[in-house]
Design a protein around this ligand. Sequence first.
Ligand code: ADP
Ligand code: MG
Length: 611
Amino acid sequence: MEIDEPEQATDSAAVTLEPPRIRRLDESVVNRIAAGEVIQRPASAVKELVENSLDAGATSISVVVKDGGLKLIQVSDNGHGIRYEDLPILCERHTTSKLSAYEDLQTIKSMGFRGEALASMTYVGHVTVTTITEGQLHGYRVSYRDGVMEHEPRPCAAVRGTQIMVENLFYNMIARRKTLQNSSDDYPKIIDLISRFAVQNISVSFSCRKHGANRADVHTVAACSRLDAIRTVYGVSVARDLMEITTSDDNPARSIFKMDGFISNANYVAKKTTMILFINDRLVECTALKRAIEVVYSATLPKASKPFIYMSISLPSEHVDVNIHPTKREVSLLNQESLVETIQTAVESKLMNSNTSRTFQTQAVNSSVYTSQTSHISAKKDPQNSAFSSGTKSQKVPVHKMVRTDARDPFGRLHAYWQDGPASQHEKKSDLASVRNAVRLRRNPKESADLTSIHELLSDIDSSVHSGLLDIVKNGTYVGLADEVFALLQHNTHLYLMNVVSVSKELMYQQAIRRFSHFNAIQLSEPAPLQELLMIALKEEDVESMDDENDDLKQKIAEMNTELLKQKAEMLDELFCIHIDQEGNLTRLPVILDQHTPDMDYVPEFLLSLG
Ligand code: ADP
Ligand code: MG
C-alpha cells in the first residue's frame, strides 16, 4: 500500500533517534522507589509503626524521636509480639499477617494490610526489631537492611511486646534528607500525630518524647472518656469549649453511617482549624468534610475563630475503599457527598442550638417580621455565655422584645449572625456580608481558588468589613479629587474625604485574593529581561551614590533575584499569572482590576520586591 506522506513527516522521521532499550529495573531500585512513597517523611514512619502497635493489640505505646526522626525513631509497645519463625521475612515487601485474600480487604479491620511499611523502612533506613511473644523466656533482636536480616536473630532480654527502632532515615536519599534537614523538623508533626491517635484510642496509653528528654511531650493514660483524653492532650481550655455531637444516617439510598465527636462552641478561639478525623478507626483526612464544617462556622459565628473538630465516623466496611493511597491517608467513601451534607447539617443545628443562650435585641426588626417569635424568650442555659447577652444585663429592652434564635426557625437564623454587645450598629450588618459569602461558597465551593488558605484570607476579609464604610463607598457619589491623595465623596447629607491610596491598596489586595490562581493576563508587547529590570530598580533605589563601584554588587543581586524568580516561575505563573520564560524574560502580568493597566514604570520595583 502506498501512502503519500507529507514531506515534513519523512524529514522528521529521518532525524529521529533510535528508541532506547527498555530494561527491567533492579529489584532493589524498585523497592527503594516504592519505599520513598510509603515513607515520605519521619512522621509517616511513626504513623506506620504506631499503627502496627495498635494492630498488635498494644495498650501502651511509647515513642522516642531524635533529630526530628532522622536520627532515630523508636516505637515500643506491649502488643502480642512477633514469632521467631516470622523474623526472617518480617521486613520483606508484601509480607503481612493481616490479609491473605484480596476479598479480605473489604472487611479488614486492621490498619495495616499492605505489608510494605517495615520493608520500606529497611530500604531507606536501618531497622532493628526487638520482640518477645507470650510465654517466651527471652526475646530476640535482629537488624534489617534492604528487606533482609543482617544476621541471625540474637537472644536478648525483653519486656512484653515489640520495639522497633529506625535509625538514619533517608541515609541513602540525599535530596530528601537535605530538604528535611533544611525545613523545620518533623517533631511537631509527630507530636500532632500521636495526639490524634491518643484521642481516638482512649484505652491505650501513649507517650512521645525527644531522645534524652526526661519529660514526654504527649503523655496519656488510658482515659475514662473521650473528653478526658482530649483534655489531657489538648488542654483544659480546649476541652472546656467543646460540645458533643452525634448523627447518623441509615438510608441505603443516601448513606449509611454513624458519627460521634466533639466540636468547639462559640467561646473557642483559634487561628487554625484542628480537625481530627477517624473513619472506621483509621486516621484520615477529608478536605470536603473539613471545608463543609468550616463554612458552617464562619456563617454561624462570624466573629468566632476556626473550629476544633474531633469526629469518628463508622460505616459498613464495604463502603470504604481503604486502598487508594499508599500511606492510607485518604480513603474513598461511598456516597461521600450526602455523608458530608448530613454531618454539615448536624453541625449547623448544633451550633444554632448552642446559640440559644445568646439573646439578641431586635426591637426594630422583630416587631415587623418576626412577630410569631416575639413571645419566645430565651431561657439561658449557660450562664458563662452572658457576654453575649448585654441586652439582658442592661435590662433596658423589655423582655418580650427579645427573640430566641432557633435552628428550626428559618428567619430566626439571621439573628445568629448578629453579635450583640458594645459593637456598633454597623458591624451587625457587616456580618450579613459574610453570611452571603458563606452561602455562596456553600453553593459553589469551586468559585474561588480551591485553597484553604485563600478561603481563610477571604473570610478574614469578609469578617472585617465595616458595613458603615461599605455603605458610604458603595452608595456615595464621587465629587472629585481634593488633592493627590484625597477624594471627595458625598453620602446622604455628609461629605467625606477618602484616602484614594489606601482604598486602592485594599481594593487591589482583595481583588488579588479573589482572583488568586484565576487571573487574566496582560501580555507584554515584548518580553522584558528580568536582569535589566532588576538593575533599573536597584539603581533607582540607590540614586544618591553616583559611583559605579556598587554596580558589581547590584549586578550580583539582580542575577540572584533573576535566578530565584526563574526557579519559581512555574508557581508564579500558575498562581499569580506572572509569566517568566526560560530566558528569564517577563512576558505576562496579571490583570488585577479589569480595565486598569498598571503603570509600567513600576514594574522594576515590583519585580525587586517580588524577588
Ligand atoms: P502490615 O502492617 O501492612 O501488615 P507491616 O510492614 O507494617 O505490614 O508489618 C508487617 C507485619 O509485621 C505485620 O503484618 C505484623 O504481623 C508484624 N508486625 C509489625 N509490627 C508489629 C508489632 N509492633 N507487633 C507485632 N507485630 C508486628
Ligand atoms: Mg503496618
